[in-house]
Ligand binder design. Structure first.
Ligand SMILES: NC(=O)c1ccc[n+]([C@@H]2O[C@H](COP(=O)([O-])OP(=O)(O)OC[C@H]3O[C@@H](n4cnc5c(N)ncnc54)[C@H](O)[C@@H]3O)[C@@H](O)[C@H]2O)c1
Length: 332
């Protein structure tokens, strides 16, 4: 039985704690957060656990085997490095860290202390995203592919909009896209990026558009604002067909459980639904995989050496965006 401690007990930390509390093969035993309100909420939800007011006090406990870290992104590296030094396997929330240099430090510490570092890129465990991703990788859309994703709305605020701690939507929201694109398209090659400042009161880039090119010839267009409302666009297009999110013009079958759908339209306009397993959610699959990696039963699907590539894309976009230019994409 793997005994798990949760570090950072805000929105995502509580979600992770609830997930680990119901996954087989582990027991949620502790939580840590400097906020007394967050500690009180955790203690009330999980009365059989211990609570600590700092990561250091939790990490000093010998009866904790592994940790889940969900603190503000700018703090991922110091907190995760301390956990690795204490030889506790780490599941750290996405984005892996705020900068590529911080990611390198985490990879070095994972190697130095010979301790697992997994990044919570939950989309790699999402049955829905995996299903449409397989359409892309199996060649049903042809090649090359253009993935277009535009999002707008008012963001979560707080540290998320601080340049150093959160970095805004082009890292925090779009990192899911960068990482998943790296998975299905392969190595990223270059970026073009252009930002617009809509909210003068935040230090992070709040609105930005970027085109990322991949060595295999594919591209991704990402445009994201956390400062304005707008329509969302999400599709994946190729010479043989395209995928849109939702059911298109089709009526979904009546099935048990909650399903998410994509619609594939071929060259002739014929539509078919892409369905996925409605069993468990992505966080549950992710937690089960983390535990299996600790037991040595599975090879990590989201190691730091992979997640750093998404931060390299984010870094290049954030550096180039304010000047509207091509960014230097440097992974190592
Ligand atoms: N995978 C996903 O779908 C997903 C969704 C939301 C957030 N996240 C990620 O999870 C992380 C946390 O986000 P959130 O929304 O829970 O933020 P939050 O602000 O709700 O919670 C962060 C918590 O960390 C605590 N904290 C601050 N400094 C700390 C320290 N040194 N040690 C321990 N705790 C500390 C704060 O008191 C707070 O309770 C971020 O990296 C975010 O990007 C991931």
């Amino acid at each position: 039985m793997i005994r798990v401690g949760s570090i950072g007990l805000g929105g995502m930390g509580m979600h992770q704690a609830k997930t680990f509390n119901q996954v087989d093969g582990c027991r949620l035993v502790a939580g840590a957060d400097p906020s007394s309100d967050m500690r009180a909420r955790f203690a009330e939800t999980f009365p059989d656990t211990k609570v600590y007011d700092s990561p250091a006090s939790l990490l000093a406990q010998p009866d904790i085997d592994a940790v889940v870290i969900a603190v503000p992104t700018g703090l991922h590296q110091p907190v995760a490095s301390a956990a690795l030094a204490a030889r506790k396997p780490v599941l750290v929330e996405k984005p892996m860290a705020r900068t590529v240099d911080q990611c390198h430090r985490l990879i070095e510490d994972s190697e130095k202390y010979n301790t697992l570092l997994m990044v919570a890129h939950c989309r790699r465990f999402d049955p829905h995203w995996k299903a449409w991703g397989e359409y892309v990788t199996s060649g049903k859309l042809g090649t090359p592919i253009l993935w277009r994703h535009a999002m707008a709305g008012f963001g979560p605020g707080s540290w998320y909009m601080d340049h150093e701690l959160g970095g805004g939507p082009m890292i925090d929201g779009a990192v899911h896209n960068y990482d998943f694109a790296n998975w299905i398209f392969g190595e990223p090659e270059s970026v073009l990026s252009s930002a617009i400042k809509m909210d003068p009161d935040v230090s992070a880039v709040d609105t930005c558009s970027a085109v990322i090119r991949y060595k295999a010839g594919h591209q991704m267009l990402v445009s994201w604002s956390w400062a304005a409302r707008g329509n969302n666009l999400h599709d994946v297009i190729g010479p043989l067909g395209y995928i849109q999110f939702g059911t298109g013009n089709l009526t979904p079958p009546e099935e048990e459980g909650s399903h998410q759908y994509c619609c594939f339209t071929d060259r002739e306009g014929e539509q078919s639904l892409i369905t996925s397993d409605a069993g468990k959610d992505m966080y549950t699959y992710q937690a089960a995989h983390f535990l299996a990696c600790i037991r040595g039963e599975e090879t990590c699907l989201s190691p730091g050496t992979e997640a750093v590539k998404a931060i390299a894309v984010a870094d290049a976009i954030l550096q180039a965006g304010p000047e509207g230019r091509g960014g230097d994409l440097v992974i190592w």
